[in-house]
Design a protein around this ligand. Structure first.
Ligand SMILES: Cc1cc2nc3c(=O)[nH]c(=O)nc-3n(C[C@H](O)[C@H](O)[C@H](O)COP(=O)(O)OP(=O)(O)OC[C@H]3O[C@@H](n4cnc5c(N)ncnc54)[C@H](O)[C@@H]3O)c2cc1C
Length: 330
């Protein structure tokens, strides 16, 4: 029995979410009394051995350019091959775009039970003595847009868990990992990426520690200058509610919520957003929520740490002026 963690990388660098997955997998291995290894696909410029500080002893590295673009079919085969070769019984991935595409395919390929979006380590004590099959691996995940938790027992020999972003604290210790060339046969891709258009020059929303977000209360796209200025001043990413993206006031990659991105920054400033449950589903794991809304009855205030009842068109310029003063910016 061992735990295998998938390290996700993009543009030649390991993603922040992978540090969380590595920590989770290493802690789970400790809990199970087994070892933790990892797999990294595609060429990266980072110090791979240094990832051992998160608790993995060995990293299977496939520095093949074929893996530089995410191809769910090729990734699935490669991870499955390494899992089989290393006799892994638990596979851990991040519940991000790559994880969402790969985990279900792995589940089918390895006939493994899968829990997506876990929010904590599995309960591996004999939690279900009445059920000898299910006992010993019960994973907690959020359901109904974060309104409830489900405890799901995985009863297959191989288990796959994808972890919800920002739900597990990264712990970096000492040590390095042994980096070995992944023993896999790289197949030709069935699909080819011919072009990639990337948003550049902004803080990526999924990685942002600070987010300023706007809703329909801002009346129109011409008023987003205030959101962008505040975001720029504090080094934040910008986000929006779904109707705003649907109306093409803002690009769809900024839309957060049940049907958009799920984020957990340290600070989420929501301006002119009502706080519907579908919006909260994507942001309610933020550490501090600040709500600016002119309606004191807006549901978002119930989820807020700080609230300002006021007109965004008066409040935001004042906030911007104060931040400028604090930063000594003209
Ligand atoms: C299946 C499903 C999935 C959905 N998924 C999502 C999702 O992923 N993300 C999402 O966001 N929504 C989602 N929605 C839509 C959601 O239910 C809400 O309709 C939406 O979040 C409302 O967006 P809003 O708060 O920007 O707009 P509104 O509901 O119109 O609220 C605007 C707010 O701005 C305030 N306001 C108005 N003027 C000002 C001003 N001058 N200053 C300050 N405040 C002002 C108002 O008091 C109000 O609270 C989904 C809905 C369904 C049915």
């Amino acid at each position: 029995m061992s735990v295998l963690i998938f390290i996700d990388a993009a543009d030649g660098h390991v993603k922040k979410s992978s540090f969380e997955a590595l920590t989770y997998g290493a802690q789970l291995a400790k809990q199970l009394g087994t070892g933790a290894e990892a797999v990294l696909l595609g060429s990266v410029a980072d110090d791979i051995a240094a990832l051992g500080k998160y608790g993995v002893s060995k990293i299977h590295y496939a520095a093949n350019d074929t893996f530089n673009h995410v191809d769910a079919q090729l990734y699935t085969k490669a991870i499955a091959d390494i899992a089989t070769a290393s006799a892994a019984t638990v596979i851990v991935l991040s519940h991000n775009l790559t994880g969402k595409a790969v985990a279900p395919r792995l589940s089918v390929r390895l006939k493994a039970g899968l829990v997506t979006g876990a929010v904590g380590l599995p309960d591996t004590s004999n939690a279900r003595p009445d059920d000898p099959v299910a006992r010993g691996f019960v994973v907690k995940k959020a359901v109904f847009s974060g309104k409830a938790f489900a405890h799901v027992a995985i009863n297959t020999a191989i288990k796959i868990v994808s972890i919800s972003p920002n739900s597990f604290q990264t712990i970096a210790g000492e040590g390095t990992a042994e980096v070995v060339t992944a023993n896999i046969r790289v197949e030709s891709p069935k699909v080819k990426v011919t072009a990639t258009n990337k948003v550049i020059g902004e803080v990526p929303l999924s990685e942002a520690e600070l987010v300023v977000s706007g809703g329909r209360g801002l009346k129109g796209p011409e008023n987003w200058g205030m959101i962008e200025e505040l975001a720029h001043l504090i080094g934040a990413a910008t986000a929006c509610s779904r109707p705003v993206a649907d109306a093409h006031w803002r690009p769809h990659h900024e839309h957060v919520g049940q049907t958009g991105g799920s984020i957990a920054p340290n600070l989420y400033i929501a301006v002119g957003i009502s706080g519907a449950i579908q919006h909260l589903a994507g942001v309610n794991r933020s550490k501090v929520i600040v709500v600016i809304n002119k309606d004191p009855e807006a549901p978002f205030f119930k989820a807020a740490d700080y609230g300002i009842v006021g007109d965004a068109f008066e409040v935001l310029p004042k906030m911007i002026a104060e931040v400028k003063k604090l930063k000594g910016v003209a």
